[in-house]
Design a protein around this ligand. Structure first.
Ligand code: SF4
Ligand code: SF4
Length: 434
């Protein structure tokens, strides 16, 4: 039974002592200066609903849609308010109350949450069709002939942002089981993700290579389902539970020393399966075991004692800066480890990015639902990157990766975006060429 704001443990709502410490960290409050657009304001609305003083209505739905779910407020809160749980519960209530139930919204949710992200085969087939459109010349022709202007408004806005789909996905790049050339220190499972699999399967390959270079056997179960993060973030908790059960069955936690994710947004959800399945007698214990094994790859590498590559990933010295994915830094509290790994790289100078943990505006489907705010946040991020003079921005989440790369390209900045593990993998590969 999914909890609602009325049935959730009331002490979570009561925990907010209205101190306002979270306000300066909240991007939406920063944009408007209005209390209702702040974490404290949103929690007050949730409490009013729990107390029966307010209905779940359109105004509340709009407010929760404006919230990025970035969890910066959770990090800042001295009282330990679990805003992530409140956020997901509020969005689930909104979904159930059908207050925002236009045909357009139903269509997009049905296509993405109910269909594509519930069926890995369908998602990969859709990816292949998109690649065909991109690579056959159809995309260029449609743009040249301005046919894209005939698309419905949502698609028209999304079309230029569609990421280039990779030629091969993770299952083609990584064998189901790979063993290191050196003595085996342990065995890990690699989670390949959805966007990561379609757009950045090379990052999954790099992750496997880094684990192998550190002496770990890597298993990559085939045709992995979505982790359910997108569903939980958008109020579809029952679907999120179904996906969690499937993933636990496919990747039994007792088999591995660690289960590793390299996408900040996915990892933040993946490590809370215990909470998600707490009321399921058949899965509660396995989900708890799963949480104990789940690691972000960077966190795991630091714990495992990652060895420094003897070679630089680059031909010449390079300056790298680091953008923190919200769900990695606030959701998973992984902040020090990516920097520690970047510092292992010979020939690389790490320079701090101003406001490194300020959201870039990606936030799942936020660019679709709140395009203006998403663009404003992206511009701010790009301006900060430019001040560093770095040639590379390292970041660990596919949404941030795509968003920042697009912003940099549109502003004609000659800055590349990479995952930290890709830099490590490049260093290790160069060792073999010595
Ligand atoms: S999740 Fe982010 S946008 Fe939402 S209230 Fe917290 S800080 Fe503000
Ligand atoms: S910092 Fe925490 S306790 Fe203070 S207002 Fe924000 S959510 Fe409430």
């Amino acid at each position: 039974m999914t909890a609602t704001l009325k049935t959730i443990d009331y002490s979570v709502l009561q925990q907010c002592m209205h101190c306002g410490m979270c306000l300066p960290t909240c991007p939406t409050y920063d944009a408007t200066g209005r209390e209702r657009n702040s974490p404290r304001g949103r929690i007050a609305l949730m409490r009013a609903i729990a107390d029966g003083e307010l209905e779940v209505n359109r105004t509340f739905a709009d407010e929760m849609s404006y919230c990025l779910g970035c969890l910066a407020c959770q990090t800042a809160c001295p009282a330990g308010v679990n805003y992530g749980v409140l956020f997901e519960t509020a969005r689930s209530d909104i979904q159930r109350a059908h207050v925002d139930d236009s045909a357009r919204r139903r269509f997009w949710r049905g296509l993405t949450l109910n269909f594509l992200f519930m069926r890995p085969g369908a998602l990969r087939s859709a990816g292949k069709m998109l690649r065909l459109y991109q690579r056959s010349g159809l995309e260029a022709l449609a743009r040249r002939m301005k046919l894209t202007s005939l698309l419905p408004p949502d698609l028209r806005r999304l079309e230029p942002q569609a990421p280039p789909i990779a030629a091969q996905f993770s299952d083609q790049l990584i064998a189901a089981r790979e063993v290191p050339k050196t003595a085996v220190r342990g065995r890990v499972a690699l989670l390949t993700g959805c966007v990561q699999d379609l757009v950045f399967p090379d990052i999954n390959r790099d992750t496997a290579d880094v684990a192998l270079a550190n002496g770990y056997e890597v298993e990559t179960p085939r045709s992995q389902p979505c982790c359910g993060s997108l569903h939980a973030h958008n109020g579809e908790l029952d679907m999120a539970r179904t996906l969690a059960r499937r993933l636990i069955d496919l990747v039994p936690p007792e088999r591995y020393d660690a289960i590793i994710s390299n996408a900040g947004g996915c990892g933040s959800h993946l490590r809370h399966y215990g909470h998600l399945l707490a009321d399921d007698p058949a899965y509660a214990e396995r989900a708890r075991q799963w949480d104990l094994k789940l690691r972000d790859v960077q966190e795991w590498l630091v714990e495992a004692g990652c060895r420094a590559p003897s070679q630089s990933p680059f031909d010449r010295p390079a300056t790298v800066t680091y953008h923190e994915s919200c769900h990695l830094v606030h959701g998973q509290k992984v902040s020090r480890q990516p920097r520690a790994l970047l510092k292992l790289l010979p020939g690389v100078t790490l320079t701090e990015l101003p406001e490194s943990s300020w959201c870039c505006g990606s936030a799942g489907i936020y660019a679709l639902t709140q395009p203006e705010q998403a663009e404003a946040l992206l511009k701010r991020k790009v301006a900060n990157v430019k001040t560093t003079g770095a040639a590379i921005v390292a970041t660990s989440n596919p949404g941030c990766h795509l968003q920042i790369a697009r912003g940099l390209k549109e502003s004609a900045a000659n800055v590349q975006v990479v995952h930290p593990v890709s830099l490590l993998a490049a260093g290790y590969r160069r060792e073999n060429r010595e």
